[in-house]
Design a protein around this ligand. Structure first.
Ligand SMILES: Nc1nc2c(ncn2[C@@H]2O[C@H](COP(=O)(O)OP(=O)(O)OP(=O)(O)O)[C@@H](O)[C@H]2O)c(=O)[nH]1
Ligand SMILES: [Mg+2]
Length: 730
């Protein structure tokens, strides 16, 4: 590991064990431990404190063979340096050993003043001493630590992050208690560069360090990671951390936060200045918001450590004037500068070697440090994180409180009337259109609350509730439309039922099924089925049948009317309703006896039900049962369809097979016939050819016979002529 890297790592470790470690565990492997490693460990521990070894213990992870080792073996030397403390890997004993060290040191731990730059230790002995002097002994008991944490309202169960925060709380207390000296802090100035343009950030970083420490990434190679470089400015150590281009990258807020945490660890324990590098002409509102987002991830405190760096190029333009003009004109930049406490600096990127610019910037950062009295620390980051979590929790609590308030207020409004009137009996009237539900509701209440009239259409179209007194008892009545008439869809019926059950919240004590004396149609009987199905099997205990048009009964008793009825479904319905029925003559609405008798029956039912009532859950249960039944029917139907399909398939396949074999037969027949025809044709051709050949042969023979005859004739003639000549010559 390079010196720079080692220094960086140490700084991070020191930050993580803030306010200071109680124990250093030197984890060593006996057989592989060399003299050189021993020197290195001593160097690191000496750098941290003169008394580091008082807090150290050797932990060997392998079997201890020290007994067989030479007295001067580097491991033995290290154990002696650690005041003879050595531990073999045994977890239970380890804690006891650590406790022993803490006790021996009187509960002290090692700490360092705001974790000054430890890079000095690798650069020269003088600096090692100055760094060493920063370390002081601090005392803290567990109780004190717990108190700090409790002051911040933390729970006892601290998770990993909360532990870091716990450390941070103590650290901040110390930071705040300590007067800050900018010159002390300048010995390790840490600067974080944020910005869209990698080129510009590199330029600014190089200008600060006065060397080519950063190289801008080629435009096609976007740099995803933070880079850090250190150097000396006016003899002081400066670390610059360049962040990646968070603006152009497709980073999510989460990965952006992770990357920012990495950047922060590179500038641990925290940057003294966060420089927002921007190019005047390219700065947009979107960029400003991204800057704000990044800074808000660091927390509100981060703005106190921020400064806007405006880069400008070209000697020919009076830089200051243009940039100042720009700042004046560009509202987005102006706003960003404002939230950064009005701090901004204009850098001429074309004058990279101009040390004056760097000195001025460093002076500005020192000024900022003097104002802040500390650097931006891990604590602040954790605090910001914690704060935003707290705000989110508070917001959620407020939301919940609001909802609870609204709900209880709503219920209060709904039940206020009932509460004023006292204990309430909740009634819902259901039944076919025109059966007299509204008229019965009016009779119960003793006033014309609901519209009731003869009509071919539904008079009542929506559920409505009214409250009144019956025989000194409060009764809330919900009138409903003809829910079980065939005109409404199942979904509409269900919605209306939920509504009417909710209207009589927390649930109706009784459903009054309203029927009228007279002919009961098939449609009405179907509706009765539907009522039973819809409300579920448990609804019967909350139901009562009310007959209207009692005036039509004349002298007949309702019991006789029911007894004489040949409609089995009606009998069943009354049975299912626990034998509860009643009759109203709504034309005689001043007759309170009929109402009081009804209420008596209802009261008996309520006491039998021990005051329980029908709830939406029961309805949902019934609904679910119906759904299950429907699904079962559907499944059955599906199975039937499947079986039918299967049958069809089989018969189709058989048909197909038959068809196929028939087709094959046909094909073979055709093939055979064709073959036959072809054979016949071939034979015929053969015969013709033969005939033709015979004819040709005969012709040829005739020709040859003719030729031979002619030749014979000719020969005969020649012989004759020759003979004739001879005869003449004789
Ligand atoms: N004679 C007589 N008529 C009644 C009785 N009850 C209701 N009626 C009449 O029947 C008709 C319908 O009554 P409603 O109360 O509107 O019936 P409903 O069930 O509310 O009807 P919808 O609101 O359409 O569902 C009205 O003309 C009432 O006057 C009764 O007991 N006797
Ligand atoms: Mg009505």
């Amino acid at each position: 590991m390079s010196h720079d890297k080692l220094s960086e790592e140490l700084r991070w470790c020191v930050t993580m064990s803030d306010p200071g470690p109680h124990v250093f565990l030197l984890v060593l492997q006996p057989e592989e431990f060399t003299q050189e490693e021993g020197y290195r460990i001593r160097k690191i521990l000496d750098t941290l404190s003169d008394r580091s070894f008082d807090y150290s213990m050797v932990l060997t992870t392998h079997e201890d063979k020290r007994g067989h080792m030479d007295e001067d073996h580097p491991l033995n030397q290290m154990v002696r340096a650690c005041r003879g403390r050595q531990h073999l890997s045994d977890r239970t004993q380890l804690i006891a050993d650590v406790d022993k060290i803490v006790k021996e040191n009187g509960g002290d731990y090692l700490t360092c003043d705001v974790f000054e730059d430890t890079s000095g230790m690798v650069q020269g002995k003088e600096e090692i001493h100055s760094s060493k002097s920063d370390w002081i002994l601090k005392s803290s008991s567990k109780e004190e630590l717990g108190k700090d944490v409790l002051e911040q309202g933390e729970s006892a169960q601290l998770n990993k992050w909360e532990n870091i925060r716990e450390i941070g709380l103590v650290s901040l207390k110390q930071e705040r208690q300590k007067p800050s000296s900018s010159h002390e802090k300048l010995s390790s100035l840490r600067i974080l560069l944020l910005g869209k343009n990698d080129d510009k950030k590199s330029t600014v970083g190089n200008m600060i360090l006065q060397k080519e420490a950063f190289r801008p990434a080629p435009f096609f190679n976007y740099k995803q990671q933070c880079e850090s470089a250190s150097g000396k400015v006016n003899g002081k150590s400066v670390t610059v951390v360049k962040t990646p281009d968070f603006f152009a990258s497709p980073l999510t807020v989460r990965s952006l936060m992770q990357e920012m945490e990495k950047c922060k660890s590179l500038s641990a324990p925290g940057p003294h200045g966060v420089l927002l590098v921007l190019k005047p002409e390219k700065f947009t509102e979107e960029n400003r918001n991204t800057f704000k987002l990044i800074l808000s991830i660091f927390g509100k405190e981060a703005f106190k450590y921020s400064m806007v760096i405006i880069t400008h190029e070209g000697d020919n333009i009076p830089v200051d004037k243009t940039a100042v003009d720009f700042v004046e004109q560009n509202a987005d930049t102006k706003q960003l500068i404002k939230i950064c406490g009005g701090r901004y600096k204009i850098f001429d990127a074309s004058k990279i070697e101009n040390a004056k610019q760097t000195t001025e910037l460093v002076t500005e950062i020192i000024k900022m440090m003097d104002q802040n009295r500390t650097c931006y620390t891990l604590y602040m980051y954790m605090e910001a994180k914690h704060q935003s979590e707290l705000e989110e929790k508070n917001r959620r609590i407020k939301d919940l409180e609001e909802r609870i308030r609204n709900t209880s207020q709503g219920e209060f409004v709904e039940h206020r009337e009932e509460q004023i009137l006292g204990e309430c009996i909740r009634v819902v009237l259901i039944g076919k259109t025109g059966n007299g539900k509204s008229a019965s509701a009016n009779t119960i209440l003793g006033r014309d609350e609901f519209e009731s009239k003869i009509s071919s259409n539904s008079t009542t179209t929506v559920c409505k509730k009214a409250v009144g007194k019956v025989d000194g008892r409060t009764v809330s009545v919900v009138d409903t439309p003809g829910l079980f008439d065939t005109t409404l869809s199942n979904k509409d019926v269900q919605q209306e039922i939920v509504k009417c059950v909710s209207l009589s919240a927390p649930g109706p004590h009784v459903f009054i099924i309203v029927l009228k004396i007279g002919t009961i149609t098939q449609e009405e009987l179907n509706a009765l089925d539907l009522i039973e199905k819809t409300f579920g099997p448990r609804a019967g205990m909350f139901c009562l049948v009310l007959f209207t048009r009692g005036d039509d009964l004349g002298t007949m008793l309702i019991q006789d009317y029911i007894g004489e009825s040949k409609i089995a479904k009606l009998q069943k319905l009354i049975r299912d309703c626990g034998g509860r029925f009643h009759v109203f003559n709504n034309k005689d609405n001043n007759n309170r006896t009929q109402v009081n008798k009804l209420l008596k029956k209802i009261n008996e039912m309520v006491s039998m039900n021990k005051g329980s009532f029908y709830t939406n859950e029961m309805f949902q249960e019934a609904e679910a049962a119906i759904k299950r039944k429907q699904e079962a029917i559907l499944k059955e139907r599906e199975a039937e369809i499947k079986a039918d399909m299967e049958k069809l398939k089989v018969s189709h396949e058989t048909d197909m097979e038959k068809m196929k074999s028939k087709l094959e037969e046909e094909r073979l027949k055709v093939q055979r016939e064709r073959q036959l025809r072809e054979n016949m044709l071939r034979e015929r051709e053969e015969a013709i050819r033969k005939e033709h050949e015979d004819k040709e042969k005969a012709e040829k023979e005739e020709e040859s016979w003719r030729t031979k005859k002619e030749e014979d004739e000719k020969l005969k003639k020649e012989i004759w002529d020759t003979e004739k000549e001879r005869w003449k010559k004789r």
